[in-house]
Design a protein around this ligand. Structure first.
Ligand SMILES: Cc1cc2nc3c(=O)[nH]c(=O)nc-3n(C[C@H](O)[C@H](O)[C@H](O)COP(=O)(O)OP(=O)(O)OC[C@H]3O[C@@H](n4cnc5c(N)ncnc54)[C@H](O)[C@@H]3O)c2cc1C
Length: 432
């Protein structure tokens, strides 16, 4: 088995697998490393905006997505206190994909990674990148797995797609202290549950606003409803004090039920499907660019919006698209990956990233701060009650129907137009 590649990608969420598919489609040799075994559930609202669906087609999983995902999301709701404000979502100007849909991460992430493997990407799973160092023009990653010897991989391009909710792989200069900031009252902790037989209107995407937090609910695949929300640490502590003996998830859920009547109506007779999941604290913000020649970040590792807009997967897939477009175009001009002008490529990717995603981060920050303070936002709620179509406008500003200027099927995009290599024997998962 070769241990030297054109690119190593750390993490097989939507960002990492999108990058792997795009680079492999353009003839790059790619290794992707994922610490968890798939399929795995993940804290996420699981709504995929319409803007991504042509990209999923181009990535080669559109048909499977169509077959599995929940109903078209045609309306947005705001559930706050006793209020339920409902408005149309804006449709995307596309012949087949006008509306977003929801699909469990245990399905979406598995489909994307399987597609990458079928294109010849070498998948190391479950393996954790515990360290990376730069040696001349190559990055060396050390992959760990309990009970197995370490594996070392080398590549001139290292893509950070490891998300933002776990300690980043240590490079030689980071210390343990940099990974563990002290607890703060304003830390955001996220929870998710899935319900069977919830009473949620098909095609409605309710956003939840409650003191100290916000969230969303959606009917996804297999008739299952996902409830995902964030809550500040101090609000969670108050909820736990009010519900002694409850788990953190149960106490937080009780707080949501008490503050959003629409949630109670939807889940009262529903059955919890699987366990509650939790992550945190989240750290919304921009983490770009990554210092170091030939290193790039995509998805949450590059920057994370408050999840109130449900645009995290869009940013993951679309930032991977942007970066790989740059990488493939640069190598198409020269020959060896090591000859790419990483400095100018990094600058140009960073510019494209900021112009596409920084406004979404800012808008999400404003929305989340308003949502967490429904009393202070009362005048805005009155406006929304009177003109619900302001929500439609908000969804448009959030980027729900905008495609980050990406050439999804353009013949001029080398990552799409390049011939797709046949799968090789080495393309199978490492531990099967
Ligand atoms: C409550 C909540 C609701 C949300 N709702 C939505 C929504 O409805 N729609 C939407 O689009 N977005 C939503 N999001 C955001 C979305 O979940 C994220 O933005 C998205 O998962 C980011 O994708 P990613 O590929 O960058 O990272 P991730 O999906 O986090 O993937 C990173 C992968 O890297 C792996 N990894 C990490 N470290 C290592 C390592 N050292 N070695 C190997 N592998 C590693 C992890 O196991 C993981 O599989 C929500 C988020 C939250 C918290």
């Amino acid at each position: 088995m070769s241990t030297t590649f054109d690119a190593i990608i750390i993490g097989a969420g939507p960002a990492g697998s999108t990058a792997a598919i795009r680079l492999a489609s353009a003839g790059w040799s790619v290794a992707i490393v994922e610490k968890r075994q798939f399929p795995r559930r993940k804290v996420c609202g699981e709504c995929i905006a319409a803007s991504n669906l042509p990209l999923l087609d181009a990535l080669g999983i559109g048909e499977q997505f169509d077959a599995l995902a929940g109903p078209d999301l045609q309306r947005v709701g705001l559930f706050v206190g006793q209020r339920r404000i409902i408005a149309p979502l804006p449709p995307m100007a596309h012949a087949r994909h006008r509306w977003g849909r929801a699909l469990g991460r245990e399905h979406l992430d598995t489909l994307l990674l399987a597609r990458a493997a079928a294109l010849g990407v070498q998948v190391f799973q479950p393996r954790t990148v515990k360290q990376h160092v730069t040696e001349g023009v190559l990055h060396r990653c050390t992959l760990a797995r309990a009970g197995k010897p370490d594996v070392h991989l080398h590549a001139p391009v290292l893509v950070h797609a490891h998300g933002s909710w776990e300690p980043a792989p240590r490079d030689a200069i980071q210390t343990e202290a940099t990974h563990r900031p002290p607890h703060r009252n304003g830390d955001l902790l996220a929870f998710k549950a899935t319900f069977r037989n919830a009473r949620i209107q098909s095609g409605l995407l309710p956003v939840l606003a409650f003191p100290g937090g916000y969230g969303g609910m959606v009917l996804g695949d297999h008739g299952l409803t996902t409830l995902a929300f964030c809550i500040r640490r101090d609000a969670l502590q108050a909820a736990r004090a009010a519900h002694p003996g409850s788990s953190a998830a149960e106490a937080a859920f009780a707080h949501v039920l008490a503050c959003c009547a629409g949630v109670g109506d939807a889940v009262t007779d529903a059955e919890l499907f699987g366990n509650w999941l939790a992550v945190g604290p989240l750290q919304p913000g921009i983490r770009m660019p990554v210092p170091g020649k030939g290193q790039f970040a995509i998805g949450n590792a590059a920057g994370e919006a408050h999840p109130i807009l449900g645009e995290g997967m869009s940013m993951a897939i679309q930032s991977a698209w942007l970066l790989t477009g740059h990488l493939v175009a640069q190598r198409a001009q020269g020959s060896a990956t090591t000859r790419i002008d990483f400095h100018s490529l990094g600058m140009s990717y960073a510019r494209a990233w900021h112009s596409n995603f920084a406004p979404r981060l800012r808008f999400a920050a404003v929305c989340s701060h308003l949502a967490m303070r429904p009393h202070a936002a009362a005048p805005l709620l009155s406006l929304l009650q009177r003109w619900p179509r302001l929500l439609t406008r908000g969804a448009r500003i959030a980027g729900k129907v905008r495609q980050a200027g990406l050439p999804a099927t353009s013949a001029g995009d080398p990552a799409i137009s390049a011939p797709i290599p046949e799968p090789t024997l080495e393309s199978t998962h490492e531990h099967r």
